[in-house]
Design a binder for this molecule. Structure first.
Ligand SMILES: [Zn+2]
Length: 339
């Protein structure tokens, strides 16, 4: 078969373009090294708003030095990163609390990104709750968000749970859960209990050289819930509702314990009262609350005006920077704004 010069040149160009593409995956252009800790909101909505409006859900990105940890890569995370001009292949580690689409809908994609498609020799820490690593428990499999087997081949997978248990992996091997993981750079992660309509959902305590961060994950209020986070300088809370019970829409509003499965407003207040964090960041708003975020923030700030807690209701792309210590209030800016 004879090819024209144009055809030959076209094919040669593809080789060059593909080589550049591979380099951008293996060695993505890294963001500037982060002094201290930065927390970036990559999705402040919960599942229903994602379904209706395709807005990003889930969690946040914790950056420190050259580490960029995606926590709860819910649906829309990739789109959010792309909007912020963040190359997902710069993700160094992935943590995930439970198998709901607004927390783990893009877990597989973000694990692939952290593994750099196995083209580079990255060994990301991948921290998940028990159901995300179980391939046999029908409750675990019900939403289909299990960790891909490739994660175990090249990643450092840890199954976190506050109790000892064994989880059956994809190949039948039984894996022990752990109560704490040292991921290096002085960062240690341990799980907290949740009560949620996803089995064995967890939250995280993240100890860093700059102080302690608590992340509630999804949970209703229960006795002992708030106490798990005592000592946290920064508390990232998932507030899904003010007072509704998620299955019925009925609510005995603003009463502790009225809300099932998620944290209600009274539960969030109980957390702040008990933990007294320096900074409380509220996220994961239910679809019915998306137009009321500023109102909610004002009410919480009014309530805690006399207490040494700064309350922030977050929006997508907002960064909370703690250059020296988590014990100080954050510098708040939008991602990419260096002023
Ligand atoms: Zn959930």
């Amino acid at each position: 078969m004879q090819f024209t010069n144009i055809e030959e040149q076209m094919a040669a160009s593809e080789v060059a373009d593909y080589t550049r593409l591979l380099e951008s995956i293996k060695k993505p252009e890294a963001p500037a090294s982060v002094a201290g800790i930065e927390l970036l909101c990559t999705g402040n909505a919960s599942g229903v708003d994602n379904m209706i409006n395709a807005v990003p859900t889930g969690g946040f990105r914790l950056s420190s030095g050259d580490r960029h940890i995606q926590i709860d890569p819910g649906q829309g995370t990739l789109r959010m990163l792309s909007t912020l001009h963040i190359n997902p292949y710069t993700t160094t580690d992935v943590f995930c609390t439970h198998a709901h689409d607004d927390h783990s809908g893009e877990l597989v994609a973000m694990v692939s990104a952290a593994l750099n498609l196995n083209l580079a020799d990255s060994r990301p820490h991948i921290l998940v709750n028990p159901t995300l690593a179980s391939y046999t428990d029908p409750m675990s499999m019900s939403y289909g968000f299990s960790l891909p087997s490739v994660a175990w081949q090249n990643g450092k997978v840890s199954i976190l749970y506050p109790e000892d248990m064994k989880v059956e992996r994809f190949d039948g091997k039984m894996i022990d859960t752990v109560k704490s993981v040292d991921i290096g750079d002085g960062i240690t992660v341990s799980p907290t209990y949740c009560q949620h309509n996803s089995p064995k959902a967890i939250g995280f305590l993240i100890d860093t050289p700059y102080g302690r961060i608590g992340y509630t994950g999804d949970s209703q209020h229960f006795d002992g819930f708030a106490e798990q986070f005592i000592g946290c300088d920064v508390l990232w809370m998932n507030l899904n509702t003010l007072g509704l019970s998620s299955s019925s829409g009925n609510g005995e509003t603003l009463r502790l314990g009225a809300v099932k499965n998620h944290l209600g407003y009274a539960g969030a207040c109980n957390l702040i009262d008990t933990v007294k964090p320096k900074t409380a960041i509220v996220s994961h708003f239910g679809s019915q609350l998306m137009t009321r975020i500023i109102e909610i923030e004002s009410a919480l700030r009014e309530r805690y005006s006399a207490q040494d807690t700064e309350v922030h209701c977050t929006v997508n792309g907002r960064v909370y920077a703690f250059p020296e210590s988590l014990a100080n209030g954050p510098i708040v800016k939008m991602y990419g704004d260096r002023s």
